[in-house]
Design a protein around this ligand. Structure first.
Ligand code: FEO
Length: 398
């Protein structure tokens, strides 16, 4: 059976793969799976494949190319990014396309050699134009958005940008376009991807959007390497979404995340959240033993503060809280407040440990931690609620 290619714009077709089963993308949980998008650009004289796919999905890509043409007749392969979800299948794709030149950014050439045991390909840059006959490929290196090798490819005649991971989302779907799955879902997934992958390079993403704007390239279609494709008014929505996230736009919102042993810290979390909500501040509560860290991190994206709770075990925090702090240490969310709370038995080391790590990540901690011994009494619960009220007021004042 030949799998179907999907027309994206004039002369450009989606020939990627759908990974319905992916549930973990290097630690970021992906409940909707993902896609590895690759695009065939057909000129009057030559055909180019822009990006390949993760190695186990190469047969799917080749099948979709075969829906249009003989893969052996492809003339050019563009490697926009060397991360294995796009470049892992390169050698196998090259076997099916033995006549194809392979190009990447200068850093991409080095990256491909590293990943594929010395494989030699050619470098292209911002000054290069590859003419396919009525369709031209232009390149915009985007170092550190999000790897040194990252590059955008643009097809002027089709007003189509192929920006690899940028504007992507981890979402498998039968539909290929954002307007088909619905903008609410597509933009939510765009922001989940941003929160969990792009947060530490938000400034570079902002510069990338400016650099793209400065090209003056007209855009009818923005086709990333994951998830659905943006076209028409969807492009403005995606760019606006990036602009807001890059600016760190937040709401009057506090995320409460905790882990618990015998439900005492959970009781405190619930009381604190009730106090926050009584001030009219939005709040969401997560038990880290039950929750996806990608979801917690996504909720934190537009929140002003994080309250982290852990009881004390062996003089420190529970491992799930430590794991989440390690995840945040990589992402380094900027400009947010934090506080800690938790119950303890006979020594209270968890909050001190959490405070130190939150400060080193860059959170500002305006309040003393809220701690309580053994089981929360009625008074403890009232005090925890009041602590939530006071924290919400402090966040509002900022
Ligand atoms: Fe989708 Fe950075 O790879």
């Amino acid at each position: 059976m030949t799998m179907r290619a999907v027309n994206v714009s004039d002369g450009i077709s989606w020939v990627g793969a759908i990974d319905w089963g992916l549930r973990d993308f290097h630690g970021y949980d992906t409940p909707r799976g993902t896609t590895y998008n690759a695009y065939l650009v057909q000129g009057a004289d030559k055909t180019a494949l822009v990006d390949t796919v993760k190695l186990p999905f190469v047969d799917e890509l080749i099948s979709r190319v075969s829906d249009i043409m003989d893969p052996a007749a492809v003339d050019l392969i563009v490697v926009n990014h060397v991360e294995p979800d796009h470049n892992g299948g390169l050698r196998k794709v090259m076997e099916a396309m033995p006549n194809a030149r392979v190009v990447a950014s200068r850093a991409g050439v080095a990256g491909v050699a590293e990943y594929h045991d010395g494989l030699e390909i050619e470098a292209v840059g911002a000054d290069d134009v590859i003419d396919l006959g009525g369709k031209t490929l232009r390149f915009l290196p985007m170092p550190m958005v999000h790897w040194p090798d990252s590059m955008f490819t643009y097809v002027a005649e089709s007003k189509t940008l192929l920006p690899n991971d940028a504007f992507g989302q981890h979402m498998a779907s039968a539909e290929r376009f954002a307007d088909e799955v619905g903008y609410h879902l597509a933009l939510t997934e765009l922001s989940i991807y941003f929160a969990n992958i792009l947060t530490p390079i938000a400034k570079q993403v902002g510069k990338a959007v400016e650099k793209l704007d400065a090209t003056g390239w007209e855009l009818d279609v923005v086709a990333p390497s994951h998830g659905v494709i943006w076209r028409g008014d969807g492009i403005g929505k995606a760019v606006d979404g990036y602009t807001r996230m890059v600016a760190g736009e937040t709401q009057d919102k506090i995320v409460v995340a905790f882990s618990t042993m015998w439900d005492s810290t959970k009781t405190l979390a619930t009381a604190i959240a009730d106090g926050i909500a009584s001030e009219g501040t939005e709040t969401v509560v997560f038990d880290l033993a039950e929750s996806s860290i990608a979801t917690v991190t996504h909720e934190l994206l537009d929140a002003r503060a994080l309250l982290l709770g852990s009881p004390t075990l062996h003089h420190g925090m529970l491992y799930r809280v430590a794991g989440y702090l390690q995840y945040l240490a990589g992402l380094k969310p900027a400009g947010k407040l934090a506080g800690t709370f938790g119950s303890y038995g006979w020594s209270s080391g968890a909050c001190k440990q959490m405070n130190g790590q939150l400060e080193s990540i860059g959170f500002e901690l305006p309040f003393e931690s809220f701690t309580q011994k053994y089981r929360p009494t009625t008074q403890d619960i009232q005090d925890a609620r009041e602590w939530g009220v006071q924290f919400a007021r402090a966040v509002k004042e900022r």
